[in-house]
Design a protein around this ligand. Structure first.
Ligand SMILES: Nc1ncnc2c1ncn2[C@@H]1O[C@H](COP(=O)(O)OP(=O)(O)OP(=O)(O)O)[C@@H](O)[C@H]1O
Length: 434
């Protein structure tokens, strides 16, 4: 049998050049915030650095990811770099799938899975280090984990280290939240990404993305294309139209092409197709939602097309309902999207909006989920997690809701539990946003 090919040599990434500084900060502090540009090596290298420097002797390292596909793909990459089988020293745990073993000392998991683990083991004693990666996404789960970490570092005084990492998080705010913990800024990316802007917002971003994709295919050298769409419907439309237009190109005028969708409701075995080797002389078009926005490295992606929109769940206080709306992305999201190119070679990002829109209309960062949710919903969610010894009124949020309203919500929820018919008598502000 042929012997397996040796694992690729780990790349020297900006973060690796700061190894001593990172380890010194972690040695000396219970919490450290690491801000590093996209592609600098936060997701794949921090866990390996701390493993190398002895932090897994007393427990495992947990690294949270906001999305399942990222937990799977990053753990696979780290296992490959360390030359170990996935599920052994390096593994992952996502909803419905646990690929870890007794030997696992670096575990990638979604923030939801870590929260569930904290129900059965409130002190999370199995971990010596917890890394909350991509914290800038500010999902409700991340915000709850930040509060839990604050409590844990007091309870587990000297035997737990927490790292909070992000490409763009407001480091000072998080540092203040954690009593002035150090913030390490790691400059540098591996490869440059050239950005191109449209002169105006397209009236139809699907059509505009299609034209850009075909243009790249016809004129640019080999390299895969990652196209950001807002949701499954857009993706399905885009995939079929793109396949049709590629077929209509003059035979022999372009290399072969393969179009692949990537979104959260795709079964895991179809999601991971984007990481499989491509057929030779073939350009792949990966049409994705924001699941491809953070932590993901798809080897050979050289071109990114960013429509500038995202589908976001938000609460509407006047109707008392949640809706999934297509909204403008934030600058942080735009930079994360551009950062998917230029990871393994120089890249290009086509932004289907003018630079002035990026600079003046996009929000700096995505509005935290807690501020897009109904306060009653968030309180109920926190209650439903059934976290031991949690007093919701005292729960430490990075952006805490008002104590007065939280108290009213709790009172109302207790009343509703006993008299559900009284809901129509309640003032609507109780169900408004945090
Ligand atoms: N699956 C992979 N195949 C090839 N190279 C990879 C892979 N995963 C990571 N890399 C290399 O490691 C680099 C760092 O990746 P990593 O995910 O650790 O960065 P990051 O700082 O967490 O980025 P981001 O904030 O954008 O997620 C990539 O830019 C790329 O060069």
């Amino acid at each position: 049998m042929p012997s397996p090919s040796p694992p690729p040599a780990p790349p020297v990434l900006p973060i690796s050049e700061h190894e001593d500084e990172i380890v010194a900060a972690v040695d000396a502090n219970p919490v450290v915030v690491v801000i590093g540009e996209t592609g600098s090596g936060k997701s794949t290298q921090l866990s390996q650095i701390l493993h190398r420097r002895g932090y897994t002797r007393r427990g495992a390292i947990a690294v949270t990811q906001p999305r399942r596909v990222a937990a799977v793909s990053v753990s696979r990459r780290v296992a490959q770099e360390l030359g170990v089988p996935l599920g052994d020293e390096v593994g992952y745990a996502i909803r419905f799938e646990d690929r870890t073993s007794e030997r696992t000392c670096i575990k990638y998991l979604t923030d939801g899975v870590l929260l569930r683990e904290s129900l059965s083991n409130p002190e999370l004693k199995q971990y010596s280090v917890i890394i909350l990666d991509e914290a800038h996404e500010r999902s409700l789960n991340t915000d709850i984990l930040l509060g839990l970490m604050k409590r844990l570092i007091t309870e587990r005084a000297s035997d737990l280290k927490v790292l909070i990492t992000s490409a763009t998080l407001d480091g000072l705010k998080v540092s203040k939240f954690f009593s002035g913990c150090p913030v390490l800024n790691i400059p540098g990316t591996l490869f440059p990404v050239e950005k191109f802007y449209s002169t105006e917002r397209p009236t139809n971003y699907i059509e505009s993305s299609l034209r850009t994709a075909i243009d790249i295919h016809a004129k640019e050298p080999p390299g895969d294309v990652l196209i950001f769409m807002t949701g499954k419907d857009d993706i399905d439309k885009m995939v079929s139209k793109l396949e049709e237009r590629i077929q209509n190109l003059e035979e022999g005028s372009c290399m072969d092409a393969l179009v692949l969708p990537l979104h959260g409701s795709l079964p895991p075995e179809l999601q991971v197709r984007v990481f499989a080797p491509a057929p030779p002389n073939c350009r792949r078009f990966i049409v994705a939602t924001n699941v491809a926005e953070t932590s993901l490295t798809v080897d050979r992606v050289v071109f990114v097309i960013d429509c500038g929109y995202v589908k976001q769940r938000q609460y509407n206080p006047s109707s008392g309902m949640y809706s999934l709306d297509v909204v403008q992305i934030s600058r942080v999201q735009a930079d994360q999207r551009a950062g998917r190119a230029g990871r393994t070679r120089p890249g290009k990002c086509y932004r289907l909006y003018p630079m002035s829109v990026y600079e003046k209309e996009f929000l700096e960062a995505t509005v935290p989920e807690i501020q897009r949710s109904s306060l009653a919903g968030s309180v109920l969610y926190l209650k439903s997690l059934n976290l031991p010894d949690i007093n919701i009124l005292k729960f430490d949020f990075l952006d805490p809701p008002s104590r007065k309203i939280t108290l009213q919500i709790l009172t109302v929820l207790i009343i509703l539990l006993n008299q559900p018919e009284s809901i129509s008598l309640l003032p609507s502000y109780l169900f408004s946003r945090v």
